[in-house]
Design a protein around this ligand. Structure first.
Ligand code: SF4
Length: 252
């Protein structure tokens, strides 16, 4: 793995080598387990490729939240990604009792009836599984980019998440979508074919649509809601803010 990492460093543009250094710095910043939660979108696939290239020195656990409502293309890409990089991506599913109860209460697509109903679905299908995925972790790695939306503009490389009591790590925080796409093309990173059909940010199938040219990246998520933040709650604290006032900029 060290040889693989060295070769990556030698052959990479500076910004890719910089992310490699960030992965190593993240490992040094966290005492314990680092969990990378992927949703198999463009950024997460690029980051998976970079983590795989960095090798065992980063010692990062791959995980995904299997909500039960994902596109079939996501499951195909999950398998393809495991095969391509020789990794296992741990799936965290919602508890069956929880899903049965809230579907009984609000109907199979009841999340369309109100923001509260939608948040309850996201809580059962995403937030509670995320808690299990991050149990005992001291670092939570994400593919967030600061320019994905106004709500994500404060994203930094490393910032504390006081509610989960861990460090949140976003090594691609200063990448643009164009840079990420360019990286994916040059490294032949497997991508969700839905991207080619106008799906930019891809979440659960019933809550994601393609966007028109010029629309914001996350306009296709919960498009029937007026809340401009377009967040499911994974990256939002109890204060409603996406990120806290983190001053822990890592050495990068
Ligand atoms: S994105 Fe939609 S289907 Fe998925 S958990 Fe949230 S409300 Fe439920």
């Amino acid at each position: 793995m060290a040889a693989q990492s060295d070769a990556f460093m030698r052959n990479s543009p500076a910004f890719e080598a910089e992310v490699h250094d960030r992965l190593i710095a993240a490992r040094a910043s966290c005492q314990g387990k680092i969990v990378f939660t992927t949703s198999f979108g463009l950024e997460d696939q690029a980051l998976t490729s970079l983590i795989a290239a960095a090798g065992s020195a980063t010692d990062i656990v791959f995980a995904t939240l299997d909500t039960g409502r994902l596109f079939p293309e996501v499951y195909d890409l999950w398998a393809q990604t495991e095969a391509r990089y020789g990794i296992i991506i741990r799936g965290y599913a919602p508890k069956a009792d929880d899903v049965e109860q809230f579907v009984r209460d609000q109907g199979i697509n009841g999340f369309r009836t109100s923001p509260e109903a939608r948040k309850r679905c996201c809580s059962v299908r995403k937030l509670l599984p995320l808690e299990r995925a991050l149990r005992d972790a001291s670092g939570w790695m994400t593919g967030l980019r600061a320019d994905q939306s106004q709500a994500r503009a404060e994203t930094q490389f490393i910032q504390p998440d006081p509610e989960r009591k861990l460090l949140k790590i976003s090594p691609l925080y200063d990448w643009s979508r164009e840079r990420t796409l360019d990286f994916a093309r040059r490294h032949k990173v497997p991508l969700n074919p839905l991207h080619e059909r106008g799906f930019v940010s891809i979440g659960c199938a019933p809550c994601t649509r393609a966007v028109m040219p010029g629309e914001p990246e996350r306009a296709g998520r919960w498009w029937w809601e007026q809340d401009a933040a377009k967040e499911c709650g994974l990256h939002v604290g109890s204060d409603g803010r996406l990120v806290r006032d983190a001053k822990m900029q890592a050495a990068s």
